[in-house]
Design a protein around this ligand. Structure first.
Ligand code: MTE
Ligand code: MOS
Length: 816
């Protein structure tokens, strides 16, 4: 066992405690960035001038009328940028653009004494434009060959030979939608020039260091002159990895030019129309199976909808390619990736970071092909799971594949799946108008940033003379419970009760050069760093204790704040006494900790290597009931077994699994981003820009029975206290809902019918799937000429009443 993963006796990690801010969250006392405005004197408010055109060149901008509006103090334009006019790291995101790239693009910002003054000022700004042709869907972008960034290619084995050998070959396409983050707290920044003339920005950011870097380059200052703090976020979900930087930069320019603090907070409509979302994709594939239904070869092309700028689209696509195998062994695979450039918000990270977009492709393939192979979908998935000794298409050995099979078998057992499947078969035979099904899907998710350099973290730990402990680390808290875990790690390492340790907000002047809190690796990375800092201090204290107790440092134990010798029960001193003694002996009581994940390498040009420290596994079985008249459905029961290693904080992990699953179910079944694809002036407009039209999961969609179990005996050697990352992987357990809906829809038709399901599988989409099944006349065959089986392509497609000419292809048995 590595020293990193080894736990002392009676550790504080592993205790099921509530989130450190839970009581503050529910009482409303927890402070978020915008709560600081009330505590900040003479604050100005920033309001954007959004141009409502999908694509246009700005020919004239007159800001003078805004200054006539009472309370307007200043209008910020490109001329005000002291450094680089760019909000990104790829120089393709002008902060103040001269070309409108998407419907709602902000072209300048008005500062006012009140938000209302700023709003009226923004309305008074005159912007004249020349419209330009626009691309709104991925299919339009593909047709126009409008791509951006790298076009990765991943290959293993001989795909053509694999397809040649295959007993069954199918091909198909899938279009699936993106997802709005809908964090409760919208983007927010509060900037001021502090008493030393440096810029201080409070920002709702998952990546304070990058916010700092971009603010610095926009201002033409050095990073040391800019400090970014993040108290906490009301949800980030990946949406605050890259997108906060520009908003922080606007507020900072305003603060410098006016000498007053500037607050920039997007309202919900602005947030939804201006900030990036999960990427929707178009996928095309060919797949070959042997007689027994084993995957032999996969050839796929994934095209993501990147929106107007590249943002994080490249790493998101890389992760999609690295997850197209999900938990399945595919001996021969070739996957190509492209990022389309469209006139939409700049799509970005979202929980899973491309992983879900890769995995949906193989789950869709298995779900559509199982009936054509004459194999039950559950069996087909089970028999294709990885086994020991196999590697991923990018060449990484799959360690612990037995955890996926163990979780699978445990779900079958604890979920009573076999008996319920029989019961469902009887139920379906007796009911014509409602059908039930259980969908069961695995998750295998790679943990670490693909880009090796990001896998490092820092921490700063102080022990004060009174024995109290203050920790700082580079990670941000967005509700996921990272701070709770870090407190537990520090208390465990130092041997203290939890209440002796306090955690200070994330600040770039405490811990520099941090990575985004992302890729679910926040606890792994920062936990390693916090542990390292605490160990340095503890090693010094053990020396002091050894001298005091007259024993060897190796024999000193610090447990629950008590210091004693392992073999001596007579003499004990308190932690406080030890700290005081150490201080008077001039022993350093603070330390900077550092952690880097060992054993990673990744070559992005060949898409080969071992980019992940380990895989997180999970399995879910979901039972749904579908109404054949309307397509409406409900989730009757969910059983999940998920691998979090030895949990650092079981209640937090449970919350992450439940929340991730529900958020995934939202993406796959409810949340429907609709962009105006018509040629009307509103082309490119996000039609679903509020909670009234964008359906989020709520209590009423919660499964009636929801059983979540953490996988036993899951110690992860080489990760902090034997734990595993948890943030993103459970989202992908929600494929079980989509597959259950597909199977329930198929139950309305004859046996062996392959059913296509649009994504999101809204009741409307499920209705069309039911119709498709009902119209099926024989094995896999659907009546020709029936128009209803052309489901729209949600998120990138048209309204279902206006089918596009591009037919949504069913997997057609095609011999190669
Ligand atoms: N949970 C909550 N409550 N709120 C969030 O914003 N973000 C998710 C996940 N869980 C999120 C969340 C995402 S996208 C990631 S990458 C991880 O948390 C990040 O935190 P971690 O690395 O500490 O797990
Ligand atoms: Mo999470 S999408 O990696 O912020």
């Amino acid at each position: 066992m590595s020293t990193l993963s080894e736990r002392p006796i009676n550790p504080v990690v592993g205790e099921a405690i509530p989130h450190e801010s839970a009581s503050l969250h529910v009482t409303g006392e927890a402070l978020y960035t915008d709560d600081l405005v009330g505590r900040t004197k003479d604050c100005l408010h920033a309001y954007p001038v959004q141009v409502m055109q999908a694509h246009a060149r700005i020919t004239r901008m007159d800001t003078a009328p805004a200054l006539e509006v009472p309370g307007v103090v200043r209008v910020l334009t490109a001329a005000d940028v002291p450094g680089v006019n760019d909000a990104g790291i790829k120089h393709d995101e002008p902060l103040f653009p001269d070309e409108v790239m998407f419907y709602g693009h902000a072209v300048c910002w008005v500062l006012g004494d009140t938000i209302e003054a700023a709003r009226l000022g923004a309305a008074a700004v005159v912007v004249e434009t020349d419209p330009l042709p626009s691309l709104v869907t991925v299919r339009e972008a593909i047709a126009a060959k409008s791509f951006q960034g790298a076009q990765p290619h991943m290959e293993r084995g001989d795909v053509e030979a694999g397809l040649d050998q295959a007993a069954h070959v199918f091909s198909g396409e899938l279009d699936f939608a993106g997802q709005e983050h809908f964090y409760l707290e919208t983007h927010c920044a509060l900037a001021l020039v502090d008493e030393n003339g440096q810029v201080f920005v409070q920002s709702s950011t998952q990546h304070p260091s990058e916010t700092q870097e971009i603010v610095a380059h926009v201002l033409g200052r050095s990073s040391s002159e800019v400090t970014v703090q993040c108290l906490r976020m009301g949800g980030g979900f990946g949406g605050k990895e890259m997108q906060p930087h520009g908003f922080a930069a606007i507020a900072s320019i305003g603060a410098i030019l006016t000498g007053r603090p500037v607050r920039l907070r997007l309202n919900r409509t602005m947030d939804m129309t201006m900030s990036g979302k999960r990427h929707g994709f178009h996928a095309e594939w060919r797949v070959g199976f042997d007689e027994e239904g084993h995957l032999l070869a996969l050839d796929a092309t994934l095209t993501s909808d990147g929106g107007w700028s590249i943002d994080l689209s490249e790493p998101v696509l890389a992760r999609a390619l690295c997850h197209i195998d999900n938990a399945y062994w595919i001996p021969n695979a070739r996957v190509n990736g492209r990022i389309s450039k469209t006139n939409k918000t700049s799509q970005t990270a979202f929980r899973g970071f491309g992983g879900p977009q890769g995995m949906i492709v193989i789950e869709d393939i298995l779900g559509r092909c199982a009936p054509l192979l004459g194999i039950d979908a559950m069996d087909l998935r089970r028999r294709n799971l990885y086994s020991q000794g196999q590697t991923t298409p990018y060449g990484q050995p799959v360690r612990h594949p037995e955890r996926a099979t163990a979780a699978w078998d445990q779900v079958i057992g604890s979920g009573d799946v076999t008996r319920r499947c029989e019961e469902i078969a009887r139920f379906n035979a007796e009911h014509d108008d409602v059908k039930r099904a259980i969908g069961m899907t695995p998750v295998k998710f790679g943990i670490s940033f693909n880009l090796t350099a990001f896998n490092q973290a820092g921490a700063l730990v102080h022990v004060y003379k009174d024995g109290s402990v203050l920790i700082n680390h580079g990670g941000t808290e967005m509700g996921q419970g990272l701070h709770t875990k870090m407190l537990q790690v520090a208390a465990t390492t130092l041997g203290l009760p939890l209440h002796r340790v306090r955690l200070a907000p994330t600040r770039t002047d405490k811990v520099p050069n941090t990575s985004a809190t992302a890729a679910s690796s926040g606890a792994d990375l920062n936990g390693g760093a916090v542990k390292s800092a605490c160990e340095q201090i503890k090693a010094r204290l053990l020396e002091v204790a050894a001298q005091t107790l007259g024993i060897s440092p190796h024999d000193v134990r610090i447990e629950a704040g008590e210091v004693r010798g392992v073999a001596y029960t007579s003499k004990r001193i308190s932690w406080e006494e030890l700290v005081t003694t150490a201080y008077f002996r001039r022993v350093q009581l603070f330390a900077a900790g550092y952690y880097r994940t060992e054993g990673l390498h990744w070559d992005s040009s060949t898409m080969q290597g071992e980019p992940f420290k380990y895989f997180a596994y999970g399995v879910a079985a979901t039972e749904v009931e579908v109404d054949g008249f309307t397509g409406a459905y409900r989730t009757r029961r969910v059983d999940i077994v998920h691998d979090v290693g030895d949990s650092l904080s079981p209640l937090v992990d449970l919350g992450q699994i439940e929340g991730g699953f529900v958020q995934g179910a939202g993406w796959l079944t409810l949340e429907d981003l609709r962009w105006d694809e018509s040629d009307r002036p509103s082309r490119g407009r996000l039609a679903t820009q509020a909670a009234s039209t964008y359906k989020l999961p709520s209590f009423s969609e919660m499964p009636e029975i929801f059983n979540v179990t953490l996988l036993d005996q899951a110690h992860e050697d080489g990760a902090v206290y034997g734990s595993k990352a948890v943030g993103e992987p459970p989202l992908m357990l929600a494929f079980s809902v989509r597959e259950a809906l597909r199977q329930a829809a198929a139950a309305f038709g004859p046996a062996g019918i392959s059913v296509d399901l649009a994504s999101p599988a809204t009741p409307e989409a499920v209705y069309w799937a039911v119709e498709q099944a009902r119209r099926a006349t024989e094995h896999g065959h659907v009546d020709e000429g029936y128009p209803g089986v052309v489901p729209d392509q949600p998120g990138i497609g048209s309204h279902p009443m206006q089918p596009t000419s591009e037919a949504y292809e069913r997997p057609v048995p095609a011999r190669v």
